[in-house]
Design a protein. Structure first.
Length: 94
């Protein structure tokens, strides 16, 4: 993941606090439970993105071995494959 779990916890807490402070949501659950759920959703989303990254790189290595990792052509192809994989999983990246 691009962010540590500790950083994600801080972001989740800040997000929850802001939503509550600005009265953008009305909670029917405990605030700590709300924080926990938001944090878990953030972690799940970032883990899925990592999984998509790995699948896309693996696919490219198998199906486009002539592309070299790190080159502009690789990066363009990687983004396209990541997008296709994300869509197939019902997700959106970016």
């Amino acid at each position: 993941m691009r962010l540590s779990e500790e950083r994600i916890a801080v972001l989740a807490r800040n997000t929850c606090d802001r939503l509550l402070d600005e009265e953008l949501i009305d909670l029917e659950i405990d605030e700590e439970r709300f924080f926990f759920l938001v944090e878990q959703l953030m972690l799940q989303d970032l883990r899925m993105e990592d999984q998509i990254d790995e699948e896309a790189a693996s696919w490219l290595q198998k199906h486009r071995p002539y592309l070299q990792d790190g080159t502009p052509d690789w990066e363009i192809a990687l983004e396209k494959v990541k997008e296709d994989i994300a869509i197939s999983k019902g997700s959106v990246i970016r």
